[in-house]
Design a binder for this molecule. Structure first.
Ligand SMILES: [Zn+2]
Length: 319
């Protein structure tokens, strides 16, 4: 393990997966419990910590809603063809999520879409399958969910067959439901190698999963193909899909728009360029971190659980 990536750093990164809105769930008791417990419990602790977060709801249009709280941001399109849901929250939040969906109307849950493989987005795939939903995702999401992984100090076993996507695609997939045209596009490796964007064309809602952290430095999962360059390319191509009125849903953080996505992308480019220059000049990671090369940005963008040093380390290592 890189000497700079300490257990404490890993724990801080754990919080990133919950997004700023869920940080209240990360009580000191929970953090200390996680520090004290052996690795095998880390996933259960993360699930419990995030799962206790309440669900908040925000209308994005007449039949489309954003839910936030116990995991990555969820979008629900409702109507006579059945509910189409993007992302799932974590397992302990399932009963709360199901109750929230039921309150929106008696329509069945027709389709679930996974933005990518991470557990705070796809953890309830099995419950959605049991509720009768088809699951649409990128080919690599099924592949990654079928493998075991170590990430953020936790071990992720392969998902059971009943929690895997039922329909996968490589490049693009279209879905018509409830008078809406939904276009799913693969994003070349960015946050992971499983990322897709989901564009509800009539409602003009664009869900970008974890390629977009609104207002904060993003987590990038280099262990499954993520890189700073990929994040910049993903955010840049997403900007071309959006107009001034597009409601842009980030994986974590509040609802965004083109202006905010552009500011986020500009920050990624600025940080990448500064670190690339230092790395090219022969500076070690330790030297780069000691120089605080993003001091002017950190006050605004480094306030999530992704500290400036966490983020700079990922950027340095994935350039
Ligand atoms: Zn993620």
């Amino acid at each position: 393990m890189d000497s700079l990536i300490t257990r404490r750093d890993m724990l801080r990164q754990v919080g990133v997966l919950s997004g700023a809105g869920a940080l209240v769930a990360f009580t000191p008791e929970w953090i200390w419990a996680l520090q004290a417990k052996p690795q095998p419990d880390a996933l259960a602790q993360m699930r419990a910590g995030m799962g206790a977060t309440p669900i908040t709801s925000q209308s994005l249009g007449p039949n489309i809603t954003m839910l936030a709280g116990p995991g990555g941001n969820v979008v629900v399109l409702n109507g006579p063809d059945g509910k189409v849901v993007v992302d799932t929250f974590v397992q302990p939040a399932w009963n709360n999520l199901k109750a929230t969906l039921d309150k929106m109307g008696s329509q069945r849950i027709a389709t679930l879409i996974d933005t990518h493989w991470h557990f705070d987005h796809a953890d309830n795939n099995g419950s959605f399958r049991k509720a009768g939903a088809a699951i649409v995702a990128h080919d690599n999401t099924k592949k990654r969910l079928s493998e075991s992984h170590e990430l953020l100090g936790a071990k992720f076993p392969p998902a059971p067959a009943g929690a895997l996507p039922t329909q996968t695609f490589a490049n693009m997939h279209k879905l018509d439901a409830n008078g809406e045209q939904i276009v799913l596009n693969h994003i070349p490796p960015a946050h992971t190698d499983t990322d897709i964007s989901i564009h509800f064309q009539k409602a003009n809602v664009l869900h970008l999963g974890d390629v977009y952290f609104n207002g904060m430095y993003p987590f990038i999962d280099a262990s499954t193909g993520g890189s700073i360059g990929g994040m910049i390319n993903g955010a840049t191509s997403a900007m071309k899909q959006a107009d001034a009125n597009t409601k842009i849903v980030p994986g974590h953080g509040p609802l965004g728009d083109l202006k905010q996505l552009t500011a986020y992308c500009d920050v990624l480019v600025t940080v990448r360029d500064r670190i690339a220059k230092l790395k090219k000049s022969g500076q070690t990671l330790q030297q780069v971190l000691a120089a605080s090369p993003t001091k002017d940005l950190d006050a605004t963008w480094g306030k999530g659980f992704m500290t400036p040093n966490d983020f700079l380390t990922i950027v340095y290592n994935t350039i």
